[in-house]
Design a protein around this ligand. Structure first.
Ligand code: UTP
Length: 310
């Protein structure tokens, strides 16, 4: 059983409608948290986990992503000539070696499962990671690295798992949990977007996976699932039935749903406060902004109470 994971798929073919109009001409993955686009966080996490082959599943309108990973000789020369070494080093981190990145097109947005399936010929017969760049995870040990280390022991398939509030379960794929060993747990089933009353647990799957190439066989066979999309979780669910080798991994770290506005704003605050050169000014601003917000909120509540009392 091969358990070394060197390839990762980044499905980035979605419309990103929750960020319209910005995403009309900018891919969602290029929106910056502080000064780095979402995709850079995903790439750094993958590199830290030992990934050497980066496969992007793209669509029309995503060429800014391809340019981002290219070298920028004029800009580099200008920075070098002006002695801006730190900026030059930052810029050079974005360049991916020739041959390390591959792009495949998803011609129709038929869902995450279909996007992953589009990369099947580039994966071949080995385990691979899937990273959804809009799930940004702040962790001491990068999330995928935690999973890759655990995967060495378990093999099969592994999904990142996170506890969510009961009223949030209907936004996620939710795990039916079997036995647990430390942060790893065996998965007995998965329910896509259940009603709170029907949820088998409060453990949600989030956007990090390590999958067996057998998943492609299941994706091949899949009919359209919930919402007319080919769901990745449906293919993983088949592995539970056929091979009983799906594990959840409760990673350590904080996940931000940067595909949503609240999550993106929270991540901006969290990452902004972690930047030494920004934290003092930013924290002072946030404190002032919160004081103003509370004042406004109190005045609004008092006004509403007066109207209600009339
Ligand atoms: P989302 O459900 O967040 O959809 O996709 P979206 O289009 O990106 O954003 P909204 O909901 O319109 O705002 C989750 C991930 O799956 C990819 C997306 O690019 C994102 O990384 N995806 C989704 C595809 O690559 N292809 C698809 O057909 C669907």
């Amino acid at each position: 059983m091969q358990t070394k994971v060197t390839k990762a798929i980044f499905p980035v073919a979605g419309f990103g409608t929750r960020f319209l109009p910005a995403t009309k001409s900018i891919p969602k993955e290029m929106l910056p948290l502080v000064d780095r686009p979402l995709i850079q966080y995903a790439i750094d996490e993958a590199r830290a986990a030992g990934i050497t082959d980066f496969i992007f599943v793209t669509s029309r309108g995503k060429s800014a992503l391809e340019d981002y990973f290219d070298s920028a000789p004029e800009l580099e020369t200008a920075l070098a000539e002006n002695g801006k070494d730190a900026l030059l080093a930052t810029l050079q981190q974005t360049v991916m070696g020739s041959g390390a990145v591959a792009y495949v097109r998803q011609h129709e947005r038929l869902g995450l499962g279909h996007a992953v399936w589009c990369a099947r010929h580039l994966i071949g017969d080995e385990p691979f990671a899937v990273i959804l760049p809009d799930d940004v995870i702040d962790a001491d040990t990068p999330c995928l690295k935690q999973m890759v280390d655990a995967y060495g022991e378990f093999g099969g398939n592994m999904v990142a798992a996170m506890e969510v509030a009961p009223d949030q379960v209907s936004a996620y794929g939710i795990l039916v949990v079997g036995s647990e060993r430390g942060p790893a747990l065996s998965v007995r089933g998965m329910v896509e977007k259940p009603k709170p009353a029907d949820a088998p647990s409060n453990l949600a799957i989030i956007g990090r996976y390590i999958l067996s190439p057998r998943v492609f066989k299941h994706l091949d066979a899949l009919k359209l699932g919930a919402g007319g999309e080919i769901q990745l979780t449906d293919a993983i669910a088949k592995e539970i039935v056929e091979a009983d080798n799906v594990h959840g991994y409760r990673f350590s770290g904080r996940r931000f749903d940067c595909g949503s506005k609240p999550g993106f704003l929270q991540a901006t605050v969290a990452f902004g406060l972690q930047r030494e050169e920004l934290e003092d000014e930013f924290a002072a601003y946030l404190e002032g902004a919160m004081a103003e917000y509370r004042q406004r909120h109190t005045a609004k509540t008092a006004a509403a109470a007066r109207v209600a009392a009339r």
